[in-house]
Unconditional design. Structure first.
Length: 336
């Protein structure tokens, strides 16, 4: 769990570093400038620098408009979290911030470092907490710009002086990018298709529960075929184990979960709980698994982990038969 949290920061740190470089160069140059037009010119070049970074990121696919995929916001959400950590720590380190602002900074850091623990969802918990972090961080950026932009006194001119305005300016531009990407993601993202890419513009045929929910044409066809099969053989309300990254199938097919978790592949659902729930079942449940990850569990061809092994053992013990298969899903039912 901790590894996935750290990995999220480490993997995206390289994309954040370039904004740090831009802010550092801007701060260095800005410190030598005295005339107003020179400072305005510095801001223009900073803005152009950030646009250049975004253009390079666009070329590399980091900045994209594929709003049907998490890739359009994951990097930017993580960059905002890294920015938040730096800004909130600066609030605690500098004396010019009052007690109230420091308390908000502490609360923000607690949220960032504590909420992902135990969730098994990497940094998603922090993304969901941006409703609190965003206003605190934005206010701190403004305070940083105002507190560390003290004008020089007469007779005490220095060759170079520190100003936080370039840092705040670059941070503000980064925040604008995050806001734009997340706003567009909110409008266009629909139906999280795990491992599936493409434009979400198709509805699942014959499934009333998924009416109005859009997905890719291939996935809509796959779930539509699965829906038709369950209707044909009247398997609605049957106890079932969905061994896949698509827990929505319980809702889509109106199935009863035979174990204590609708997404049993998650690490937060422990192996001991999983085995206990399996052995507590008086009858063998229907098993649905993903064809792309486990080509043939009936023959024990795939034993990637302990839980998957138990699923394959369940299929052997109950003498399960494969009754349905398409591109995405396989359905197995016990012999009796």
């Amino acid at each position: 769990m901790l590894r996935s949290v750290y990995a999220g920061y480490i993997e995206n740190l390289k994309w954040f570093i370039w904004f740090v470089v831009a802010a550092g160069i801007g701060t260095l140059v800005y410190g030598f400038l005295r005339k107003k037009w020179q400072k305005v010119t510095c801001y223009v070049f900073l803005a152009l620098g950030v646009l250049f970074i975004l253009r390079v990121y666009w070329y590399w696919g980091i900045m994209n408009i594929q709003y049907t995929s998490y890739s359009s916001v994951m990097v930017w959400g993580t960059c905002f979290l890294i920015l938040s950590i730096l800004i909130l720590f600066s609030v605690l380190c500098f004396k010019k911030y009052g007690l109230t602002k420091r308390l908000y900074a502490v609360a923000g850091l607690v949220i960032i470092f504590i909420t992902p623990l135990g969730s098994n969802n990497a940094l998603f918990s922090n993304y969901n907490n941006l409703y609190f972090l965003a206003p605190v961080v934005l206010g701190s950026i403004m305070d940083l710009a105002l507190a560390y932009n003290v004008k020089e006194k007469e007779g005490r001119r220095k060759i170079w002086r520190f100003s936080a305005l370039p840092i705040a300016f670059v941070s503000g531009l980064l925040v604008l990018v995050v806001l734009f990407q997340t706003f567009m993601f909110h409008i266009f993202f629909v139906f999280g298709d795990v491992g599936i890419t493409g434009e979400a513009k198709a509805v699942v045929p014959g499934n009333e529960r998924l009416a109005g929910i859009y997905t890719t044409e291939a996935n809509a066809k796959g779930i539509g075929e699965l829906t038709a099969f369950f209707k044909e053989f009247d398997l609605k309300d049957k106890a079932c184990i969905v061994w896949s990254h698509s827990p929505i199938l319980y809702y889509a097919l109106d199935l009863e979960c035979a174990i204590g978790h609708t997404w049993p592949m998650l690490d937060s659902y422990s192996y001991a709980e999983f085995v206990g729930d399996l052995t507590d079942n008086e009858e063998y449940p229907i098993v649905i698994y993903e064809a792309q990850y486990y080509p043939d569990l009936l023959s024990n061809a795939e034993k990637l982990d302990d839980k998957t092994y138990w699923i394959s053992e369940l299929l052997d013990e109950g003498e399960y038969q494969e009754v349905f298969r398409n591109q995405y899903y396989v359905v197995c039912v016990p012999e009796n």
